[in-house]
Design a binder for this molecule. Structure first.
Ligand code: GDP
Length: 323
């Protein structure tokens, strides 16, 4: 057990909830930045049972002074920047906000570490969306980036800022290039959760159809609960570095969807409707990560298969919709 202090931006998100739980189990004092909103933002922390165990600090990563204050208040030894506008689809309708939060916001967090707490170990939530129009069949840490959305471009800025602050100021700053990672806590706008929620709803007779866009897209999907362990492992290393975190298996949206329908004994063809509304201005056709470096240096391997993940998500949605 440790008695270290950690600070998480994006603590109310999917990864924030799982990482909080992991760090609390290890004995950390966990602080999180909370941007006050009128809607209930704490349901994920409630669902993993840590709502009353984390220390929430008012602030926002677009507000540098609030980040410096949070850094001073928490005296964090580890800082995890998970806060972002994380939905690729919305990044075309809100490109400036996405750049401000995901790009400049990340820079604010790194700057606040440099100014207020330079000995802290910093983790940046980078993303496979930075590979976009892929330049290699399997993407690893050496694969050139080619983002295909305002989200990917903004995240690429934050990624290079992380590398730059490591090289310029000697900060212990690591960037985790995480491929898609899902869970029952995933937002409903993402395709896996949209599918599992719809399948549960159709199974319970509450709806009849599921409307999707490009079902030929391929993603390397893992379980968020496994992926937060990789984040923590990065901050435990003597030397900060960049790591691809992925399963090494890619699957089409169609096949992922079939797993969900099959699990509840329904025929996908009876319910799936292709709707042009959900196609994107530019698509990332396929992502396939090579996690060999994370396996070798961090000893990290994914534990949950896509089938186990989708079944877990369908079951959670069946429970919620029956409650
Ligand atoms: P992303 O990889 O971060 O964009 O994660 P998403 O879960 O939002 O999308 C994964 C893939 O599913 C993308 O290639 C989407 O174009 C595709 N997709 C197909 N239909 C849908 C849909 O209705 N909603 C979403 N979110 N994605 C869809």
């Amino acid at each position: 057990m440790t008695n270290k202090s950690a600070l998480i931006t994006g603590i109310t998100g999917q990864d924030g909830a799982y990482l909080s739980k992991l760090l609390l189990e290890k004995g950390y004092k966990v602080h999180g930045i909370l941007a006050r909103r009128s809607t209930d933002t704490l349901w994920r922390l409630r669902e993993v049972g840590v709502e009353n165990d984390v220390h929430l600090i008012d602030g926002d990563l677009t507000d540098l002074s609030s980040m410096i204050r949070a850094m001073e208040m928490s005296k964090a030894e580890e800082v995890y920047n998970l806060g972002a506008q994380s939905f690729v689809g919305s990044s075309w309708s809100q490109p400036i906000l996405t750049a401000q939060v995901d790009g400049v916001g990340a820079l604010n967090v790194i700057e606040s570490v440099r100014i207020a707490n330079p000995a802290a170990k910093f983790y940046q939530a980078s993303t496979s969306e930075m590979f976009g129009l892929i330049q290699a069949e399997r993407q690893d840490e050496t694969t050139p980036f080619y983002p295909r959305s305002p989200y990917g471009a903004a995240k690429l800025m934050a990624h290079w800022m992380t590398v730059n602050y490591r090289e310029s100021f000697g900060l212990h700053a690591s960037s985790g290039i995480l491929f898609n990672h899902e869970s029952p806590l995933r937002g409903i706008e993402f395709v896996t959760r949209k599918v599992t929620h719809a399948v549960a709803s159709i199974k319970l007779g509450k709806s009849r159809e599921l409307r999707l866009g490009n079902i030929d897209a391929k993603r390397d999907w893992g379980f968020a609960g496994d992926y937060v362990e990789a984040m923590w492992l990065m901050t435990q290393q003597d030397v900060a570095d960049d790591y691809v975190v992925a399963t090494g298996i890619t699957t089409t949206v169609r096949e992922m969807c079939e797993i969900a329908f099959e699990h509840v004994g329904l025929n996908m063809a009876d319910h799936l409707v292709i709707d042009p509304k959900f196609f994107r201005p530019a698509e990332v056709d396929v992502l396939l990560g090579n996690p060999a470096k994370a396996q070798a240096n961090l000893g990290w391997t994914p534990k949950t298969s896509l089938k186990e993940l989708i079944v877990m998500m369908v079951e959670a949605d069946l429970r919620r919709l029956s409650a």
